[in-house]
Design a protein around this ligand. Structure first.
Ligand code: MLT
Length: 404
């Protein structure tokens, strides 16, 4: 008889943002007169920049003509996009990453959940705690995480690296050496990050121990401080220990368009096997390329007009981050993040649990945020607000919170 993948049964509850959406929809249905302000999931609200819209229109027209029509995209992505990424995201920053080390995909969420397929089932993963839930859940589905303890809310075979107020949200090297290390910097959910020299220590650690770092740089466009690396490949030796996953969602508003990429350097090998060849093989078998139209839109992100327009868009969201951070500080909250990332991470007041504060904020301010404990046990007692709302809504939300 057919047997299902039992690992799925081990997953507690539903995906964090699905649980929140369900709870919020129920509240809205019961209270239709309440005007909710949603600062929960990190979904953008500003329209696509004009340069991107123009590229989309042009590409759509090309698809209407047999002479310029495009079918399946090349496995790794179109040259025009991979060259633009290699130049702008790497060469211009002094990183030696070539276009053929870049794999274009339909988004960073898929890449960050699929990448674990390259590693054996008994590999030990290390994650920051709190953490973007996709890294953990995808490894649970693959049967790599052991058993779940309801009390500690931890998996027996995951190495957790707590990131809390006490250690400045900087992960410490774990006692037990992991095989795979997930790092998301600037960090989702805490909105904090590490300096380039702290990141270099992780690269050195991975090279010495033989671990592989899966580096999620989705929020790189929000970095404002000089001593923060925009890519892990700014660190010496990263090409022999790290893969980097990037998204077009947060820097260019592609959450509903879908585009991302993963860098797998050719030097990156384990047991003498090239991870680049493995990822190329996986891409060829399981993926038929991001749509031509969308890849053209991605190319426009790197045009002079696109870059200027997106700089403004990022500044718009960072102004929201500042409104949230300042407003919360004025209201007496303890607040982190919001300087190099579009997330603000706050301590819940009066020792409320993260979910108690979620309900309190929803019911009393009609503001939706994300409970810190949803990202892992060390997130308990914290709460996340996103700067991706509209400016008007962000200001209104803070006015409501200040009145509580
Ligand atoms: C978040 O809110 O954490 C992000 O929007 C999730 C994502 O990027 O998939």
């Amino acid at each position: 008889m057919v047997r299902v993948n039992d690992n799925f049964q081990k997953l507690p509850g539903s995906y964090l943002f699905s649980t929140i959406a369900k709870k919020v929809n129920e509240y809205q249905q019961a209270n239709p007169e309440k005007g909710l302000i949603r600062l929960g999931i990190g979904d953008v609200t500003q329209p696509l920049a004009p340069a991107i819209i123009e590229a989309l229109h042009k590409a759509v027209d090309e698809m209407a003509d047999a002479k310029t029509f495009h079918g399946y995209a090349p496995d790794l992505g179109y040259e025009f996009l991979r060259n633009a990424i290699a130049k702008n995201d790497y060469a211009d920053r002094g990183c030696d990453i070539t276009a053929d080390e870049i794999f274009v995909s339909d988004g960073a969420k898929c890449d960050s959940s699929n990448i674990q397929e390259l590693f054996s089932a008994d590999c030990k993963i290390a994650v920051c705690d709190p953490v973007y839930p996709v890294y953990v859940d995808s490894n649970v589905m693959a049967g790599r995480t052991g058993t779940y303890d309801q009390t500690t809310e931890m998996w027996s075979d995951i190495v957790y690296m707590p990131c809390t107020m006490e250690n400045g949200f900087v992960p410490e090297f774990p006692k037990e050496t992991p095989d795979l290390i997930y790092l998301c910097l600037p960090n989702n959910p805490t909105g904090t990050t590490v300096t380039k020299s702290q990141l270099q220590e992780w690269v050195d650690y991975a090279n010495q121990s033989g671990a592989v770092i899966i580096y999620d740089g989705a929020y790189e466009a929000y970095i404002t401080e000089k001593d923060v690396a925009h890519s892990i490949y700014e660190c010496e030796g990263a090409k022999t220990c790290a893969m980097e996953i990037k998204s077009f969602s947060k820097n260019a508003g592609f959450t509903g368009v879908r585009l991302g990429y993963t860098v797998v350097p050719k030097e990156l090998k384990r047991q003498d096997v090239s991870l680049h060849s493995m990822w190329a093989r996986r891409h060829g078998t399981k993926f038929n390329g991001a749509p031509y139209i969308i890849q053209r839109a991605g190319e426009a992100v790197y045009s002079e007009a696109g870059k200027a327009q997106l700089k403004e868009q990022v500044a718009y969201y960072m102004k929201n981050a500042s409104v949230i951070k300042t407003g919360l500080l004025e209201a007496g909250y303890t607040v982190f993040g919001g300087v190099n990332a579009p997330y603000i991470w706050l301590k819940t007041p009066k020792n409320m649990t993260s979910w108690e504060f979620f309900d309190y904020l929803l019911e009393n301010a009609n503001v939706v945020g994300t409970p810190g404990s949803g990202f892992g046990p060390s997130g308990e007692g914290y709460f996340r607000l996103t700067a991706f709302g509209s400016y008007e809504n962000t200001v209104a939300a803070l006015e409501r919170i200040k009145k509580l």
